[in-house]
Write a protein that binds this ligand. Structure first.
Ligand SMILES: Cc1cc2nc3c(=O)[nH]c(=O)nc-3n(C[C@H](O)[C@H](O)[C@H](O)COP(=O)(O)O)c2cc1C
Ligand SMILES: Nc1ncnc2c1ncn2[C@@H]1O[C@H](COP(=O)(O)OP(=O)(O)OP(=O)(O)O)[C@@H](O)[C@H]1O
Length: 299
């Protein structure tokens, strides 16, 4: 996949099938759009392009994660920073300068509510009006629903805020995850009987509700079951620095310095401030039981 972090460096000459939006999460609705450009690109021998407006706020997928998700799915991904020029570009100019002249578009696919351009005046009606002039086909897809609500990144964010990772994962069509390099902690976990892999959430990455979750941990290409806490561990520190710590049940190696990915599978309980580390240990033993039982019932 070709990857661009601004539209000016894109110099492709081929015709394209493009989908447009923020694509903060690549949820089930986004996946439908992506399948549509994949299909068109294959049938018509054009390049499939995901064009993502980069709004620069907290994100469900970091740019690197989004790139990894799309790597084998589309020919090109363009992250377009939401600069003043882009924000204030009239929608008609966006169609002419970006879609037609830059991307040589032959197919555009968006959801029914897609808006773009200065004051968000561009919409699917405008895209349809300009289709004959610039010789592209427009496909407008109905919004994918769950329980009568449109699936959106906002919906996923709300679910994560409540700790409802099962719902978030369903809306996403994959498990919400965090990646990072395993850091040294206070080495207290080991003495308490539950050594943990500690990672700092990536900058701007949305953190689910602070608490304890059954997790899958990917280390060295292998998947381990575990139980993790995301939060500030108020029992042992008052640093207020959010951290994700996971005890992977069967992992025996030394993970310090390794890149790992942790998938959130099920919420168990909120993070608590215990009055002693002994109390914490007793509770973590129960958490471990919860995690093991949870995975016993999964395939
Ligand atoms: C399953 C699990 C649950 C945890 N729950 C809490 C909690 O409720 N409150 C808290 O302060 N710390 C909690 N922690 C974090 C522990 O305080 C931390 O892992 C321990 O102090 C070891 O830290 P270290 O990695 O710096 O040695 C939890 C950790 C795990 C693995
Ligand atoms: N549920 C859905 N079904 C089909 N298409 C969707 C769905 N949600 C969004 N889209 C389309 O995907 C593209 C990207 O959507 P975008 O990421 O901008 O919005 P969103 O997912 O609704 O997120 P947010 O809640 O942050 O607005 C747009 O063309 C949009 O219309």
């Amino acid at each position: 996949m070709q990857y661009y972090t601004d539209i000016n460096s894109y110099k492709g000459l081929e015709r394209t099938a493009v989908t447009l939006g923020k694509f903060d999460s690549l949820h089930r609705g986004h996946q439908k759009l992506i399948q549509s450009i994949q299909r068109f690109a294959q049938e018509e021998h054009v390049k499939s392009v995901v064009f993502a407006f980069d709004i620069n706020k907290d994100t469900l997928l970091t740019n690197q994660e989004r790139r990894q998700h799309l790597e084998t799915k589309v020919d090109c991904m363009i992250e377009c920073p939401f600069t003043k020029d882009i924000r204030e570009m009239k929608a008609e100019v966006f169609i002419e300068k970006i879609l037609a002249e830059k991307l040589h578009v032959s197919y555009v696919v968006v959801g029914t509510d897609f808006h773009f351009g200065y004051k968000k005046r561009g919409d699917v009606k405008m895209l349809a009006e300009y289709a004959p002039k610039y010789n592209y086909q427009l496909k407008v897809l109905d919004k994918e629903l769950f329980q009568n609500r449109e699936i959106s990144s906002t919906y996923v964010r709300e679910a994560l805020k409540e700790g409802n990772v099962e719902l978030a994962n369903f809306l996403l069509g994959y498990s919400y995850h965090m990646s990072g390099v395993v850091e040294h902690g206070k080495h207290l976990g080991r003495t308490l009987g539950f050594p943990t892999m500690n990672i700092v959430p990536a900058d701007r990455k949305i953190i689910p509700r602070f608490g304890v979750y059954a997790c899958r941990v990917w280390v060295d290409g292998k998947c381990f079951h575990g139980i993790g806490n995301v939060g500030v561990k108020p029992t042992v520190t008052d640093e207020m620095r959010p951290l994700l710590e996971v005890f992977a049940f069967e992992y025996k190696g030394n993970a310090y310095g390794k890149s790992i990915t942790v998938e959130f599978c099920a919420f168990e309980r909120p993070e608590e401030k215990f009055t002693s580390v002994e109390e914490l240990k007793t509770r973590v033993d129960e958490d471990i039981m919860f995690g093991k039982e949870y995975f016993q019932w999964q395939n």
